[in-house]
Structures are given as structure tokens and as C-alpha cells.
Design a protein around this ligand. Sequence first.
Ligand SMILES: Nc1ncnc2c1ncn2[C@@H]1O[C@H](COP(=O)(O)OP(=O)(O)O)[C@@H](O)[C@H]1O
Ligand SMILES: N[C@@H](CC(=O)OP(=O)(O)O)C(=O)O
Length: 421
Amino acid sequence: MQVFKFGGASIKNAIAVKNIAAIIKLFPKEKLVIVVSAMGKTTNALEEILSTFLNGKNPELLISNLYENHLSIVNNLFPEPELVIQKLTSEFKKLEESLLLCSKAKYDASYDSVISRGEFISSMIIESFLIQEGFLAKKYDAPLWIKTDSNFRDATINWPLTEAKINKGVQEGFKENNLLITQGFIGSDNKDNITTLGREGSDFTAAIIASSLHTNSVTIWKDVPGILNADPKKIQDAILYHELSYREAAEMTYYGASVIHPKTIKPLANKNIPLLVKSFQDPTKSGTIIHECKVAHHIPCIIIKEKQCLITFQVTDFTFISESNLSDIFSAIDRLHIKINMMQNSAISFSICVNDDWYKLEKLISGLEDKFDILYNRELELITIKNYADDLIERLKKDRNIYLEQKTRKNFQMVVKPLEN
Ligand SMILES: Nc1ncnc2c1ncn2[C@@H]1O[C@H](COP(=O)(O)OP(=O)(O)O)[C@@H](O)[C@H]1O
Ligand SMILES: N[C@@H](CC(=O)OP(=O)(O)O)C(=O)O
């Protein structure tokens, strides 16, 4: 038994969906649990629909564009599309219904109820297509399997319950099917409200299922040949890692390598389940295997994390930054579940670089502005270089304004703003 995860890029249009069926055909004897994300950039489109609605504007046009997008995929996949179009229309009805229940006061829960619709739509289309292609395939909705707390938008897994539900569901499902399809990134709390595991969390769903079932491996199919020493879309001549240890891969995701969701590695490492990252464009190539190994990589590894915000807290009198000041700042950060990506201390100020989740950052700033003078810059990048070389640092500094930098023995980090041309 194996788990496959197909992300947004691998199912972005009808040709891509046909390609995933061709990939699955390469594994005729395997029982597969298939985790799918929303198609293409659907999740971003749903975020825009929600914010338009919550800002009191009419999201009708945005919804109809998203519907047309999916309709065109359906029309290109099914010679007789009527039944699937009916299901698509009913999925969009559910989207509109959940939108009407949304409010700014319950933003996080509203977000999960609306944003999860992308995965419900894609999994419905993919189940129908795989059945049309002759596979014994059945969809199981992830909220039945993935049980979480009610920390909407970044829910924590209830592992014992989730493991039990997955094992029961999969055992039953494989009695009459070879392919079980489910949605990535979503779950439900103990009142059956939809929760999500954090943006790009479908990789994590695949790891949760593999870990619960003790599968032989997990394969995530990407639009890159595997994991490289830099994002090949940003750095030319990036080099493919054929093999990475769990530790190295986890470290890369910690610094922001967006190719794998940061929570993916731990459950797999705990059960010693290999994670394969392979290209859906070149499925017979071996890609990268992440497993327990002792390969030391000495080439620099560059990680560029976008959408960063640098916040500086300055003491308002002429005292120095104290442990008590730091304690106030950290308590507020902890309460808001904000993750610090880099921090630096000086005599009169303390700076943090964090993801630009403005909804949370506004609360952080307003909660602390009576104690500190607070400065912030948005639209920044955090660049981390593991195994840095000085000439590489200089190369990356060109065309960028440097706001903050830090060096340890192995790692170099800087917060930068790309210069406008
Ligand atoms: N070190 C890296 N190696 C490979 N790809 C990377 C790396 N860092 C970032 N990426 C980016 O990750 C993308 C694939 O991840 P993602 O967009 O989450 O895929 P999907 O949404 O289809 O699952 C690639 O297109 C690539 O631009
Ligand atoms: N659709 C969700 C979950 C996800 O993991 O997507 P992808 O696999 O395309 O990164 C998102 O975009 O955040």
C-alpha cells in the first residue's frame, strides 16, 4: 500500500488530470490512497472570494470565474459531462451557502469552511474521472478521517482518533476498491466543523495517512524533478538532491523551502517511512528520496521565503531591552500562534521576521503599542543559505536592500527587499 499526493499544479487543468491517471496506471498492482489538493490556484481564488465578501463587496463575478474554470476542465474530461456538471453546480451551491454564514468575528472558522471547498470540488472531479477511466476508485471525505482540535486555519491533529478512523475507513474501502481518494489539507473538529491544517498542508495529510497505515512509502508528485538545493524557479543551475536525510529535509522546510509542508517530515521519520518527491512530468525518474541516511551535503542550499514582515520593538524610554520586555513580546506572539522565522536583539530594540499574516500581525502590534515604539516593513524576503560561501552571499545581496543579517557557523540569513528596476 502506498500514499500518493497530487498538489494543485499536478491537477491544474484537464490535460494534467489525464496525466495523473496515466501515472496511477504505472502502478497496476498497488493499493493506493490518493490525496488531492484544490486545482491550480483555486485556494487563492477562494481567499479572494472570502475577503471580498467580508469587505461587504459582491463576490459573484469571482465565483462565476472559478465555476467556469472548473466547468471547462469537466467538459474536457467527460464525453458525457451532465452528471458531473450537476455535482459541480451543487458543490458551488455549498460554497455560496458557507459564504453566507461567514463573519469577520468568526474569521478563522469562516476561512476554513469556505477555503476547504476547493478540495471538495477537485476530489469530486477526480473520483468521477478515475471511475470513467475504469479504476475501482472511491472518495472518502477527509473530515471523516482527519480529526483535529478547533484551532481553525492551523488545526492540531487528534492522532489516536485520526489513526483509528483512517484504519477503519481504509480497511473497508479497499474491500471493493483499489484507489481511495481523499482531500488534502482539511479535517474536522469534535463538533464536525471543517478545519484546515495550514496553507499547503496537503503534503501533511499524505504523511498523516501514511503514518496511520504504516505504508511502504509516500510519493508527492510535483512540477519539479525533486528537491533541489534552491527553488529552480528562482535560482538558475539548482542541483537535484537524489537523497536527503529526514533531518536535512526538515531543516529546509523550517527555513521555508516551500516544496514540502514543514509538518510533513516528522510523522514519517517517526515511523521510518520514506518520502519520495517526484516529477509528475517525468514520472519514471527517481526524483528525491527522503529517508534515514547519512549523506552529507556540502553544497550551499538557498531558501528564499517570500511575504515576510520585519517588526522592530523599541523601548520608549532610555532603558535597555530587558527580559521583562522580551517576555511581554513573546507572550503576545505565543498567544497569537505566530512563528518567528528570525530574530535579533540590540540595546534598545528587538526585531522579528515573521510571515506576513496581517490579520495576526495587526493584533500583535495593537496589543503592544502602548509599551513599545513599533516599526514594521512588509513585502520582504528572508533568504537563508545553509553551507554558505562568501561569494554566494555577495551575489545574492546584489539588487536587494538589506534590512537585517545574521551569520552562524553553518547558516547565513538576511531579510531583504528586492530593488525595483
Ligand atoms: N528546494 C526546492 N526544490 C524544488 N522545488 C522547490 C524548492 N523550493 C521551492 N520549490 C518550489 O516548490 C514548488 C512545488 O511545490 P508546491 O507549489 O507546493 O506544489 P503543489 O502545490 O503542486 O504541491 C516548485 O514549483 C518550486 O518552485
Ligand atoms: N489547496 C491548499 C492545500 C495544498 O496543500 O495545496 P498544494 O498541494 O497545491 O500546495 C493550498 O493551496 O494551500
